[in-house]
Design a protein around this ligand. Sequence first.
Ligand code: F6P
Length: 528
Amino acid sequence: MGAWSALQAHAKDTARLTLRERFAGDPARGERLAAEGAGWYLDYSKQRVGDDTLRLLLALAGERGVAARIEAMFGGAHVNVTEDRPALHVALRAPFGTRIEVDGRDVVPDVHAVLERMGRFCERVRDGRWTGAGGGRIRHVVNIGIGGSDLGPAMAYIALRRHATRELGVRFVANVDPASLQKALHGLDPAETLFIVCSKSFTTRETLVNARAAREWCTAALGEDAVARHFVAVSTNEQGVRDFGIDPDNMFGFWDWVGGRYSMDSAVGLSTMLAIGPNGFREMLDGFHAMDVHFRDTPFERNLPVLMALLSVWNNNFLGAATQAVISYSQDLQRFPAYLQQLAMESNGKRVTVDGGPVAGHTAPVYWGSTGTNGQHSFFQALHQGTRLVPCDFIGFCRPGGDSPDVARRHDLLMANLFAQGEALAFGTPADLPPHRQCPGNAPSSTLLAETLTPYSLGALVALYEHSVFVQGTIWNIDSFDQWGVELGKQLAATTESELLADAEPALAHDSSTNALIRRYRRERGKP
Ligand code: F6P
């Protein structure tokens, strides 16, 4: 019997075994089912697994060739099969002198050359040598980009605010909804504002439309010549950048072997580097790299990304959990779930294998979450007493983000809540309470702890989830690096946009629902 079938049988056999019983039968469980790497401690003892489960999951990883796929990814093989490309985000944080080849070319010197250019630019903006068109200092940065060109940098900016200069404020515009740009520009002085137009392809409609509107806002106040001082680009598409009117001297490049959702540590992180400086950025890359090394070199039974991936597969494919909650007991990680949604669901929301056949079971669980303690006063009721199985990842830090005794005391309260929630979910209430007061327990969770939230620990955390997503994709035999599913909606929006814009009544050939919605919208807008 293969490991998959064995796990199915094992899930049935152990369905009645509760976490309460598992802990009672093994007093060392809480310390035994834990692993450490790159500054992160993972406690997975509150997952519904035993040693036999782990053995089978590790056998599954063996059968699905996880070790070979890890080597293939690190070695620059074209693991992005449908786009025939490597996925080499690990090269973005490789130390100088490491050799990583893409089709015979060592890309590490290219990576470091861009990092150095970014560093020189960021230093000039940060110390005031790079001025606006009128000779004044830049005080505000607006990053215009969407998806991977927004979520990572936006998440990191909030996460690392304590490491950021107070001289610069960074804002983010992603949505093509005019409200997004309006809000970002509110109160800003064009003479003090630098725009980063961030788009791997430089064809993304929302980003280009927002960038054009920003450009009009800037040039209306400062004149056409101001573009050179107030706009820089991050892209792989030099021609697109030129066509937009940004001098390639003001462009920071990356490569098609970096997926958008794996790019926050490339030039896409320019806003992060402006905020925390080149040294802070290097520290973040070192955190990423430390987790890369841990992932590549650590035996699977102690390997954080592999364990997290296998636990996710167990919960999703064998225990039937459709979602994965991620709850950070850190307000500064408030955007982490949104970042993870693209990372996990754009990567693994797939229904065919790399061979083109249908996948055998469910892929990408729905990632969602918020911060603790806020979530406790909202959706946690459903986690404690609802009917669905919702595995949780709890993320917390041991050191308070400040020195005062009061900050430390409040941090203790925050972390007390993290520990209490894991305990309450796992063990529930005594059974002699009235039914409406009973919490059944047996809800699985993992806890991730690091010393403190720094560029280093953030980099390691992101790499942990990146690699966990990759291992899950490998188990399901899917391409975790393409995203063809998003194309259809883009094409339909292009057709529909022209129908909404047309002055004369357009001949509509959609379904009756879409036709009726378009007609109604046009009528409301005073069009035939
Ligand atoms: O539409 C999905 C997507 O292609 C993402 O994969 C990507 O991160 C995002 O759009 C933005 O793309 P770009 O950086 O090319 O503008």
